[in-house]
Design a protein around this ligand. Sequence first.
Ligand SMILES: Cc1cc2nc3c(=O)[nH]c(=O)nc-3n(C[C@H](O)[C@H](O)[C@H](O)COP(=O)(O)OP(=O)(O)OC[C@H]3O[C@@H](n4cnc5c(N)ncnc54)[C@H](O)[C@@H]3O)c2cc1C
Length: 218
Amino acid sequence: MDFDFPSMDDPRRADVRAWLEKNPKPTPRQLLESGYEVPHWPKPYGLGADPELQLIISQELDRAGVHRNGNLLSATNLGPSLMTHGTPAAKERFLEKMLMGEERWAQMMSEPDAGSDLAALRTSAVRDGEEYVVNGVKIWSNGGAADFGCVIVRTDPHAAKHAGLSVLIIDLKGPGVTSRPIYNMNQDPSDFKALFYEVFFDNVRVPVSNLIGQEGDG
Ligand SMILES: Cc1cc2nc3c(=O)[nH]c(=O)nc-3n(C[C@H](O)[C@H](O)[C@H](O)COP(=O)(O)OP(=O)(O)OC[C@H]3O[C@@H](n4cnc5c(N)ncnc54)[C@H](O)[C@@H]3O)c2cc1C
């Protein structure tokens, strides 16, 4: 088995280098439209690139000093979930802005008493007409610095512990959402930038159309 990185004269680098020569300072939209923002995604967002091509693209972007605009969680978890299970309207509304870094996202699963045992989560979403009313607290995400969260909530309190869960897109700048930064022991207090937050939901109203997948399929 060959464990070497693709060589510097690998012909697959030529296309990437040619594009970077034409676009030395690409805008977020140009990077997205080239497929280089998320080459591992299928078209129209990515190139369906295999791991070697992904590596080549990353190395060539680094060499040219070009940075991607979406955050890692969006590219690896949240975006693919939305692409696979989201409604066409949700994909249209959210995916491009997510990948261009215009809107920041958080993955909000953990709670103070639900980490390894995620099925113990208690954040509730109660249906009220065409909205859910969400109450609870999430922890250990970047939610306090994000615009939207993919939030796992309990929609059926009577189902088995691991069931009755759903995933909602929640506007983290909307009414009823507050957050508190968490101070890490290993960070310099004089130069503190929060990486993690506790985020509180207090009667937050979320349209039913913000479900990712079906109710109960979280
Ligand atoms: C760098 C980092 C980034 C993170 N980012 C996010 C994020 O973006 N979004 C998010 O929602 N969460 C995030 N988390 C939280 C992460 O998902 C939780 O830390 C993880 O699920 C563990 O939960 P916990 O911290 O509550 O620990 P606990 O579940 O309380 O576990 C504490 C200890 O007990 C052990 N333990 C637990 N249950 C058992 C058992 N049944 N038997 C034996 N041992 C057990 C564990 O192995 C561990 O050593 C992040 C965590 C880290 C460290």
